[in-house]
Design a protein around this ligand. Structure first.
Ligand code: FES
Length: 250
């Protein structure tokens, strides 16, 4: 078994066939998240093991699912050695293969400078600017990863629409003991810098020929990606119904 101990956590080499992608993954972090920490954006959706969007084919090595996750793969996918990196960890060095078309691979990590902070009722609306030379371009409905003090990432939907101006807005709800939400909801100030990864996700407008009404059902800060989608006018021919739930009337 090849691997090295760093701070007593075993790290394994994850290689993606014919892409040149290689990174180390530990037993505390999903393979998907570890790829993102290393600057690689693998296609993903729910990040919960349900949608199967992230599936990869395991060619060699061993993985293990985190906790007792119920995995949404079909019988035939399991027989063909597919696995879901969003909820799996490496248990040895592994070699895997991307599945099909449309796999997003990017190497984008950029600094964002906070330019506006609004806090009310446990929610913080954070706006920041990327550099004028930023290569990060997003599609309404996508999300970004933000590096938090322990070196891991927290993920937030982008709430504004892309205008190639490097401007990004996210909505952060205060969570009890949330590493990033504590920082954002209490301490972060204008001109602070955040490290941003991405963008990720395929919760984006599709099927432009579709004419049926669109129904969005969201709660709390789940409104953020929907705000971006609605403002983008991508649904210009379709009627939109928005149901937005909250615990408080305000
Ligand atoms: S199963 Fe949905 S992102 Fe992995």
């Amino acid at each position: 078994m090849v691997g090295n101990y760093i701070n007593t956590i075993m790290k394994y080499l994850v290689s993606v066939n014919e892409t040149g992608i290689e990174f180390f993954s530990d037993e505390n972090t999903s393979i998907l998240e570890q790829a993102e920490i290393n600057g690689y954006s693998l296609k993903n959706g729910c990040r919960l093991g349900a949608c199967r969007v992230c599936k990869l084919k395991l060619l060699t090595g061993n993985i293990e699912y985190i906790g007792s996750k119920k995995i949404g793969l079909t019988e035939s996918e399991l027989k063909e050695n597919y696995f879901l990196p969003c909820c799996a960890i490496a248990k040895s060095n592994i070699l895997c293969e991307l599945d099909g078309d449309g796999v997003t691979l990017s190497n984008t990590k950029e600094g964002g400078v906070i330019c506006d902070v609004k806090r009310f009722l446990g929610i913080t609306i954070l706006r920041f600017n990327l550099s004028k030379k930023s290569k990060m371009s997003f599609i309404p409905g996508q999300y970004i990863g933000i590096e938090v003090p322990n070196g891991k990432c927290r993920y937030y939907s982008i709430a504004n629409i892309p205008k190639n101006d490097g401007y990004i807005e996210i909505h952060v709800a205060k969570n009890k003991n949330g590493v990033f939400s504590d920082l954002v909801c209490e301490k972060i100030e204008i001109n602070d810098v955040l490290w941003i990864y991405g963008p990720y996700g395929d919760f984006i407008a599709k099927n432009y020929d579709e004419v049926r009404d669109i129904v969005f059902v969201v709660t709390g800060t789940g409104f953020a990606p929907v705000k971006s989608l609605i403002e983008s006018y991508n649904f210009y021919r379709r009627k939109i119904h928005l149901f937005w739930g909250g615990r408080k009337k305000k």
